[in-house]
Design a protein around this ligand. Structure first.
Ligand code: PEP
Ligand code: MG
Length: 325
């Protein structure tokens, strides 16, 4: 089956009736990048940079980061590369960065919250990304944004770095697109305000599901309650998409849900045209995509929106897959 799927790598990524859906990869290493390219990826929708910082004894220097970002961008040969700034804390920790013990790490000191305090680390990473932006189609993405203030503070740091690079005559793309992860319910609820100030949104369903349902994604005890098809999650997706469209902000999805074949009609129905997923999911999703019809998937949103439970949502989706394709 793996070989059959590989034959799909080079065919256009669209529904049977011609709607294009870009299928990008979530990667955290060059090795994964190579696998993604072999599968015909449309780009990298999420480069988890944490892994550059892990399994070592000190922070990577600007030059080391620059070399990696540049290499990934160049290998993508013009295809988009979304680099997420450091998302450490919560479930991801660094031996050499001492952080206080926390009762609720997921609700604690992590990601952009750390970077806005440790602007030394943030600036080093942004400098490396900006320098690499001269060599490919790079976009910058901030994780865990909960307010306009955080977004603006992050952009202030970015602008500072740009000014420094310009002053030193270092090449970078001045209008590098900047976007945010939509992974907190707060970000969903103010997505109209955020949409006006960014170039793109990427919905991070892994954390969004965790925070909407108050279910720790690492806790086995409550794993059965971790439910991407919960009606509350669907409503959050709808609000975000509506606000992105209202302001012409590009929107994609990069959580595990993007790679779940069952969810594909949801994205088509919502008018989402880009999904970023684990490399192993790309061809499975493509195989389903080419057998789907936008005209049919689009009609099920009303039904999905009216579902009182995830069981009902999954039934509607199940029926779609039995009869719709
Ligand atoms: C997410 O939260 O959905 C996401 C894509 O990021 P991560 O899994 O790295 O938190
Ligand atoms: Mg996340």
């Amino acid at each position: 089956q793996q070989e059959l799927l590989l034959q799909l790598a080079d065919i256009p990524s669209q529904t049977e009736d011609g709607m294009t859906m870009n299928l990008a990869a979530n990667i955290s290493s060059i090795k994964e990048l190579e696998q993604a390219i072999a599968k015909g990826t449309s780009g990298v929708g999420l480069f988890r940079t944490e892994f550059l910082y892990m399994n070592r004894t000190s922070f990577p220097e600007e030059e080391e980061q620059f070399v990696v970002y540049r290499e990934v961008a160049e290998r993508l040969n013009g295809k988009p590369l979304v680099i997420r700034t450091l998302d450490i804390g919560g479930d991801k920790h660094l031996d050499y960065l001492e952080l206080p013990e926390e009762e609720n790490p997921s609700l604690g000191y992590r990601a952009i919250r750390i970077m806005l305090d440790r602007t030394d680390l943030f600036k080093t990473q942004l400098r490396a990304i900006l320098r690499a932006s001269h060599y490919g189609n790079i976009k910058i993405m901030y994780p865990m944004i909960s307010s306009l203030d955080e977004l603006r503070r992050a952009n202030d740091v970015l602008n500072e770095v740009k000014a420094e690079l310009a002053e030193a005559n270092v090449a970078f793309r001045a209008d590098v697109p900047v976007g945010i992860m939509i992974e907190l319910p707060a970000a969903v609820m103010i997505s109209d305000l955020l949409a006006k100030e960014v170039d793109f949104f990427s919905i991070g369903t892994n954390d969004l599901v965790q925070y909407v349902l108050a279910v720790d994604r690492m806790n086995e005890q409550v794993a059965h309650l971790y439910d991407p098809f919960h009606p509350a999650v669907l409503r959050m997706l709808k609000i975000t998409v509506d606000n992105a469209k209202r302001f012409g902000t590009h929107i994609s999805v990069c959580g595990e849900m993007a790679g779940d074949v069952r969810a594909l009609p949801i994205w088509i129905a919502l008018g989402i045209t880009e999904l970023s997923m684990s490399v192993s999911s790309i061809l499975h999703v493509k195989n389903s995509l080419i057998q789907s019809r936008q005209s049919e998937a689009s009609t099920i949103w009303q039904e999905l929106a009216a579902c009182p439970s995830s069981t009902a949502v999954l039934q509607v989706l199940g029926r779609y897959w039995e009869t719709g394709i």
